[in-house]
Design a protein around this ligand. Structure first.
Ligand code: PGA
Length: 252
C-alpha cells in the first residue's frame, strides 16, 4: 500500500525562534490526530533543521532538508553535504524544487547527480518537477514532465525507487493562489504512474507516492487528495502555520 504524505516545505521562512514555536505547535496538535498510513513531514531551513530534528525525535513528525550539495565534501563554500544532513538524524531531502531550478540554475542533469549522492548516503528523496505556464498553454506539459523524470531518475534501479517520493508541482500554481484542478492533478499523476510503469516493475509503480504541490490549502485539499493517484501534498504557504497544516493532515 502506498503511504499518504503531507509534507510542509517552509522555504526561506521562519527564524530560529519562530521555527521552534511552530514545531512546538505542530507537536501538540498532531497528538490529537489519529494517523492511518500517513506520513507527516516538515522541511525547515538549514539553520533550524537540527533543532527540529531533535524536537520531533519521539513524534510521528519527520524532518526533511530542502536542498543538498551533489558533492560529498570539500571546498564548496556555503554548501551542505548529504552526510552532514544524516549526521543530525535527518533522513529526507527535497530535490529539484522549481525555485531551485529557476533561481539557482539546477538542471535535470545536475539533479541526477544530487539524486545519486542522496541515495548513496541513505537519504530518502522528495523529487519535485512540473511545467511552467507557457508549457501548459502550449500543451507540452506531459512532455516536459516526462523529460524531467526520465533525465533525473530513470537511471535508478527498482531498489533505489524505494527511496523516492515524487512531487508534481506545476510552477504556475506555486505560491500563486491558482491550483491545478483535481482533474488536472489526477490526469498528470496517472500519466506519471504510467510512465514509471513502462520502465519499472509493478512493485515500484504500486509503491511510489506521488504528491501534488501548488497552492494546496484547507479549502481545496480534500478534493485534490481524494483523487486516486494523488497520494498527498507538498505544501508551501499553508505549511507555515500549525492550524492550516493540521487541517491538511486531517484532510488526507
Ligand atoms: P505553495 O508552495 O503551497 O505555497 O504554492 C508549494 C511548494 O512550492 O512546494
Amino acid at each position: 500500500m502506498r503511504s499518504k504524505i503531507v509534507a510542509g516545505n517552509w522555504k526561506m521562512n521562519k527564524t530560529y525562534q519562530e521555527s521552534k514555536t511552530l514545531v512546538k505547535e505542530l507537536k501538540k496538535a498532531i497528538k490529537e490526530i489519529k494517523l492511518d498510513n500517513t506520513r507527516v513531514i516538515i522541511a525547515p531551513t538549514f539553520t533550524n533543521l537540527q533543532k527540529a530534528s531533535k524536537k520531533t525525535k519521539d513524534t510521528v513528525i519527520e524532518v526533511a532538508a530542502q536542498n543538498m550539495c551533489a558533492m560529498e565534501s570539500g571546498a564548496y563554500t556555503g554548501e551542505i553535504s548529504a552526510s552532514m544532513i544524516k549526521s543530525i538524524h535527518v533522513d529526507l531531502v527535497i530535490l529539484g524544487h522549481s525555485e531551485r531550478r529557476a533561481y539557482f540554475g539546477e538542471t535535470d542533469e545536475s539533479l541526477a547527480k544530487k539524486v545519486d549522492t542522496a541515495l548513496k548516503n541513505n537519504l530518502e528523496i522528495i523529487f519535485c518537477f512540473g511545467e511552467v505556464l507557457e508549457e501548459r498553454k502550449n500543451g507540452n506539459h506531459f512532455k516536459v514532465v516526462e523529460e524531467q523524470i526520465k533525465k533525473a531518475l530513470f537511471h535508478l534501479t527498482s531498489e533505489d525507487w524505494k527511496h523516492i517520493i515524487l512531487a508534481y508541482e506545476p510552477v504556475w500554481a506555486i505560491g500563486t493562489g491558482e491550483t491545478a484542478s483535481p482533474e488536472q492533478a489526477q490526469e498528470m499523476h496517472a500519466f506519471i504512474r504510467e510512465l514509471v510503469a513502462e520502465r519499472y516493475i509493478s512493485d515500484v509503480v504500486e509503491k511510489v507516492s506521488i504528491l501534488y504541490g501548488g497552492s494546496v490549502k484547507p479549502a481545496n485539499a480534500k478534493e485534490i487528495f481524494s483523487k486516486e493517484d494523488v497520494d498527498g501534498g507538498l505544501i508551501g504557504g499553508a505549511a507555515l502555520n500549525a492550524e492550516d497544516f493540521m487541517a491538511l493532515v486531517k484532510a488526507i
